[in-house]
Design a protein around this ligand. Structure first.
Ligand SMILES: Cc1cc2nc3c(=O)[nH]c(=O)nc-3n(C[C@H](O)[C@H](O)[C@H](O)COP(=O)(O)OP(=O)(O)OC[C@H]3O[C@@H](n4cnc5c(N)ncnc54)[C@H](O)[C@@H]3O)c2cc1C
Length: 426
């Protein structure tokens, strides 16, 4: 890895060299090779190879506009691997939730902010897969997003409605020709100010979630105005605040009529949360890998610092916790893949249980990756907090993971509700 910012070099050449993407991948692979089947391990290595070449080819410093990279990554079929996109003729192999986990791991090691930005495009892809009904404009949006030609975002949160997302204030009014006029505001949309396509929710009656509709929006349409929100912990990701003024949604872009929007919003939530879990696990591994290499090479008092218990033991603890979480996440993704393969859908009971499990894993993984990134930076001393490596990106991005995708308290609410239901069942 090069001195990332090109500013002042703080880490010596030898250690910087050892922190290369290739070496970091090697450490990850030694950890995972025993637990992955051949198909997933091969895909992981193939994706890693792509990013090693990509980094070399473009002389990446991680100061670039990450959105410029997405088309080339998309051409390689690496925007998402949850689906095979048979209906678009893409036929990706392998695909599924475990493959997607591998994609997230390889991409995150290359650039964590890129991985989160692409993750928001994926959130726009899922509703289009489920509700395209072969309508031309929807298939066009789906293909452009899946292939990384265009950027997507998902618009749920509003300035006055965050955790209480169902009681929306953004309204939609049906017109005689079947189109809708949308008025209102959304905020904190990942990719919002960069997006070409948006999947957006609005209600016919303010505060009434039962009247919610789901729309596809081409952001070049009149009435869409996006500003960029500054989130200093993820400076290269565009986060948007959008204002809709008589934004006209043609009938072809109504993915869910008023009344259907609410169930459309919730249908993919468990799997989306598991997607966040995979990102969190990837960020934890990325931080551990940096610390693992650094503390094995850095010497103080004439000794590599790993050998001091104050350094080696806490790193071992973080490693153990990250490995445990990885195995838990792998178990769930493989279970989902098997059920999808056998039954083409997730059985109702399984999906119900997944609600609590996704909340548990999201909660634990968000907390863990934040601790891991901070503690690993701490074990690296000044080298962990300067701008020479991706540790700086990891410190920032892991601090927002408890908020996006439903806050920690919302996950705790889901879990405590499940505990009450379970008590009633015994
Ligand atoms: C980086 C980032 C990316 C995001 N990306 C997207 C996106 O792509 N699309 C999108 O639509 N949104 C996105 N969000 C929005 C995110 O989902 C919301 O920020 C989140 O749901 C919380 O809403 P809020 O910020 O309004 O906080 P609030 O809901 O106002 O919460 C403030 C605090 O109160 C707590 N709280 C609220 N209600 C309760 C309750 N009933 N019990 C206990 N505690 C409670 C919360 O847990 C939190 O600690 C993103 C946010 C961030 C920070």
């Amino acid at each position: 890895m090069e001195n990332k910012k090109g500013d002042v070099q703080c880490i010596n050449d030898e250690i910087l060299e050892k922190l290369s993407l290739k070496n970091r991948y090697k450490f990850l692979n030694y950890n995972l090779m025993t637990y992955l089947n051949k198909e997933h391990f091969d895909f992981l290595k193939q994706t890693q190879k792509f990013f090693i070449n990509f980094e070399k080819k473009h002389n990446i410093t991680h100061n670039e506009d990450l959105y410029d990279w997405i088309p080339e990554i998309g051409k390689e079929g690496l925007v998402t691997r949850v689906h095979n996109f048979e209906n678009l003729g893409l036929n990706y192999e392998p695909y599924g939730h475990t493959t997607e986990f591998m994609r997230a791991l390889a991409t995150d090691f290359f650039d964590p902010q890129l991985t989160m930005g692409m993750g928001a495009s994926i959130l726009a892809i899922s509703p289009l897969l489920l509700h395209n009904e072969d309508v031309e404009i929807r298939l066009k949006a789906l293909k452009e997003l899946a292939m990384g030609e265009k950027i997507g975002c998902i618009c749920i949160t509003e300035p006055e409605r965050g955790s209480d997302a169902v009681h929306m204030l953004t309204t939609c009014d049906e017109q005689d020709d079947g189109s809708y006029l949308v008025n209102g505001e959304k905020i904190y949309q990942t990719n919002g100010s960069k997006a070409d396509w948006a999947v957006m929710y609005a209600v016919t009656e303010k505060n009434n979630g039962n009247t919610m509709a789901q729309f596809l929006v081409d952001t070049t349409w009149e009435g869409w105005n996006a500003e960029r929100v500054n989130i200093p912990w993820t400076p290269r990701i565009h986060i948007g605040k959008e204002t809709f003024t008589n934004l006209r949604i043609p009938a072809d872009c109504v993915l869910g009529k008023p009344g259907d929007g609410r169930s459309h919003l919730f249908e993919g939530l468990n799997l989306e949360r598991l997607g966040i879990v995979c990102l969190n696990v990837a960020q934890a591994w990325n931080a551990i890998t940096h610390a693992f290499i650094y503390v094995n090479m850095r010497k103080q008092f004439d000794q590599v610092i790993l050998k001091y218990q104050g350094v080696g033991f806490p790193l071992a603890d973080l490693w153990a916790e990250t490995m445990s979480l990885t195995l838990a996440a792998l178990n769930i993704t493989q279970m989902i893949d098997n059920k999808m393969k056998e039954q083409g859908t997730l059985p109702k009971e399984f999906n119900l249980a997944l609600g609590a499990t996704a909340a548990q894993l999201k909660c634990v993984s968000a907390k863990l990756c934040e601790r891991v990134a901070y503690e690993c930076a701490n074990l690296m001393g000044g080298a962990g907090v300067c701008d020479n490596t991706l540790m700086q990106d990891l410190l920032g991005i892991t601090r927002i993971q408890e908020i996006g995708g439903g806050t920690r308290q919302v996950q705790q609410y889901i879990m405590s509700y499940a505990l009450r239901q379970l008590f009633k069942a015994i």
